[in-house]
Every structure is written in structure tokens, then in C-alpha cells.
Design a binder for this molecule. Structure first.
Ligand code: NAD
Ligand code: UFG
Length: 339
């Protein structure tokens, strides 16, 4: 298996995965419409990897174009990142999410079927566990969606499972990511949110660089030791490695469809994340406690036994490395790919 089509390959997780694939001697073909990324990501990737990378600028819902790519390239497997991911936005613009995430995935699967490419790794999310009763989260446990974004992830998992039942030559994997953090060790690619960040780490680094005044901590009255929410943060380079392990697993797997958590298995509170950033930045992060954010769970972290046993994958990097690398990227590129 040599030629890997990566949809959304210039996005945050996709770009790090592209580098990991190249390091492991895969050929990469990127498809991205730059709806949430910057064309300069390609330059950064080519500089870091020191090779040319093939990229098709197109929307995966453009079936004709996608077919052309499958006709021209001898694709062996697909890693599918392309989709919208903002939970809050999905509540107000559900059709935008259903259209892009579902239509995009169905179009991709139809084209894969037509060209007999039946290996796919899909980006799912830890949010599919809904409002769980106990921790850590294990793959077989009940799922639920509290917003349209998460519902698209669950629907796609169902579609993949149905496909695997319909034809036993499909090999489909869903990876449920926990909270990605960090950036490439070069500091030249990283998370590059449009506008004001929704997520904790980019918000903190933008406060530290002086773009934002202060962090708003969404609630300190949760039933946790320091009252703030606990999440399972995982270095984006570890996540990227998980995709290479997933591809290797698909080569020999007898299962048509399977699901794996990708997390570190450890939980950190918002205050602990602030402290870790303060250590690497060597400055205090100004913050204010505000009310809870709707839909936030007090605690989530993964059981990673299945990924360890079957994929031979385990997160290696600790929270200091995650904060250091996020900060390094922010410091080196205060305006993201505009610098
Ligand atoms: P991202 O927005 O940085 O990357 C997604 C990429 O897909 C972008 O480059 C965007 O331009 C592209 N894209 C979107 N729709 C497209 C379309 N129709 N055609 C072609 N390209 C398209 O997001 P990310 O953080 O790298 O996440 C990648 C995947 O992982 C997403 O599916 C997301 O839902 C999932 N995920 C992300 C997180 C997270 O916290 N970052 C957590 C769990 C799951
Ligand atoms: N938080 C703040 N202030 C902020 C941003 C976040 O206090 O400005 C808190 C949140 O309340 C939460 C924690 O920091 O307690 C982490 O919040 P994030 O928004 O960074 O991450 P979430 O766990 O809410 O969700 C993220 C992505 C989802 C993804 C999920 C995977 O937004 O898309 O991780 O578990 F699916």
C-alpha cells in the first residue's frame, strides 16, 4: 500500500499526518478546498519534507473531479479528514454540516467503490460518546449526539458499518480523537483557527502573544478537584502516527469496520493546562472565570487499551511537550500562515 489520498490534508491534523506518512515512505495525494486552511500549508509541508507533494484543490463533493483523481492516481487507501468541525456553529447551521460532512463522505465512498479502493481511515470524535455515565470511555460503550456536528460523525460511522456488511472487501476504520494539542516540532505547521478560537489551547496562545486580552475559563464549579473541566489532550504528532499505524492495521485486518479511541488516557483540568502553558511561556496567562459553556461535560478521557493492543499505538508525548510545541508554533508564526 503506497499511494494514500488524504482529504483535508492541509488542515490541522491532516497536515501533521501527511508529514508522518511521507516519513514512512508513503506517497501522498492531498485533496483540499482550503475552506478551513491556507494554501501556504503546502509550501510549509514541502519545505519540511523536502519533497514535492501532489495537491488537488477541490471540494470532495465535486464527484466529477474526484473521479478524475481516482482515474489518474493509483490510490491504495484514503485517510478522510475533510469536514467541518465547529460544534457551536453546527447548532446554528446544521445544514452546512450535514451537507459537507455527509454529502462529502458519501461522494467519496461512492467514488472509492467505483474505483475499487476499499480501505479508509475516518476522523471521528470523542464527542460521539454523548453524555456518558462513567470514565474512561471505551469503544463499545453507548453513543449519543448533543449537536449536529457529532451527529454527522455518528451517522458516518453507521454508514461505514453498513458498507462493511454489504461488501466484505471494505476495510474501514473510525478513529475517535480526543483533544488534539501541540504542533510539529519544526514550529512551521500548527493549528491555525479562523477568527477567535473556540478551543482552549489556541485561545491561550493567542492571549500569550497579545492578540486577545484574557482567557475566559468556562466554569469553575464542576465536580472536579479544582472545579474546571477535565479533558484528554493528545499531541497532534502522536495522533498523526496513529494514522500510519491504522493503515498498517488495515493491511491485515479481517474486520470490515472497526473503531479506536486515540487519546492519551490521562485527564487535565483547564487550570492544569493554563499552568503548563505558563511554565513554557514563562509568563502568567490572564484569565477570568465566566459561566459554564453550554454542552461541556465535566470530565472526559479515553480508555486506550484497544489502540494499544490492536494498532500497537500509544501516545508518547506529555502535556509539557504539547504546550511547548503549540507555543513554539504560535511564537514563530503569530499570524499563522500569513507570516
Ligand atoms: P481542519 O478544519 O483543520 O481540517 C479540515 C480540512 O478539510 C481543512 O483543510 C479544510 O479546508 C478541508 N475541507 C473541509 N471540507 C472540505 C471539502 N468539502 N472538500 C475538501 N476539503 C475540505 O480540522 P482538523 O482539526 O484537522 O480536523 C480534521 C478532522 O478531524 C475533521 O473531520 C474533524 O471533525 C475531526 N476531529 C477534529 C478534532 C479537533 O479537535 N481538531 C477532534 C475530533 C475530530
Ligand atoms: N475552555 C475554556 N475557555 C475557552 C475554551 C475552552 O475554559 O476559551 C474549556 C472548555 O470549557 C473545556 C476545555 O476548555 O472544558 C476544552 O475545551 P475545547 O473547546 O478546547 O475542547 P472540547 O473538549 O470542548 O472539544 C474538542 C473539539 C471537538 C472535539 C473534541 C474531542 O472542539 O470538536 O474536542 O473530544 F470533538
Amino acid at each position: 500500500m503506497k499511494n494514500i489520498l488524504v482529504t483535508g490534508g492541509t488542515g490541522y491534523i491532516g497536515s501533521h499526518t501527511v508529514l508522518e506518512l511521507l516519513e514512512n515512505d508513503y506517497n501522498v495525494i492531498i485533496v483540499d478546498n482550503f475552506s478551513n486552511s491556507h494554501p501556504k500549508v503546502l509550501d510549509a509541508l514541502e519545505t519540511i519534507a523536502n519533497k514535492k507533494i501532489k495537491l488537488f484543490r477541490t471540494d470532495i463533493r465535486n464527484k466529477e473531479k474526484l473521479e478524475q483523481i481516482f482515474k489518474e492516481e493509483a490510490i491504495d487507501a484514503v485517510i478522510h479528514f475533510a469536514g467541518y468541525k465547529a460544534v457551536g456553529e453546527s447548532v446554528f447551521q446544521p445544514l452546512k454540516y450535514y451537507n459537507n460532512n455527509l454529502t462529502g463522505t458519501i461522494t467519496l465512498l461512492e467514488v472509492m467503490e467505483k474505483y475499487s479502493v476499499r480501505k479508509l481511515v475516518f476522523s471521528s470524535s470523542a464527542t460521539v460518546y454523548g453524555t456518558p455515565e462513567k470514565m474512561p470511555l471505551i469503544e463499545g460503550e453507548p453513543t449519543g449526539a448533543t449537536n449536529p456536528y457529532t451527529r454527522t460523525k455518528l451517522m458516518i460511522e453507521n454508514i461505514l458499518e453498513d458498507l462493511s456488511v454489504a461488501k466484505d472487501t471494505w476495510r474501514l476504520l473510525s478513529l475517535r480523537y480526543f483533544n488534539p494539542l501541540g504542533a510539529h516540532n519544526s514550529g512551521d505547521i500548527g493549528e491555525n483557527p479562523n477568527g477567535i478560537p473556540n478551543n482552549l489551547a489556541p485561545y491561550i496562545t493567542q492571549v500569550a502573544i497579545g492578540k486577545l486580552d484574557k482567557l475566559h475559563v468556562f466554569g469553575n464549579d464542576y465536580p472536579t478537584e479544582d472545579g474546571t473541566c477535565i479533558r484528554d489532550y493528545v499531541h497532534v504528532e502522536d495522533l498523526a502516527k496513529g494514522h500510519v499505524d491504522a493503515l498498517q492495521y488495515l493491511e491485515t485486518s479481517k474486520k470490515g469496520f472497526d473503531i479506536f479511541n486515540l487519546g492519551s488516557g490521562k485527564g487535565y483540568s483547564v487550570f492544569e493546562i493554563i499552568s503548563s502553558f505558563e511554565e513554557v511561556i514563562e509568563e502568567k496567562i490572564p484569565y477570568e472565570i465566566t459561566g459554564r459553556r453550554a454542552g461541556d461535560l465535566p470530565v472526559t478521557y479515553a480508555d486506550t487499551t484497544k489502540a494499544q493492543n490492536d494498532l500497537n499505538w500509544k501516545a508518547q508525548k506529555n502535556i509539557q511537550e504539547m504546550c511547548r510545541d503549540s507555543w513554539n508554533w504560535q511564537k514563530k508564526h503569530p499570524n499563522g500562515f500569513e507570516d
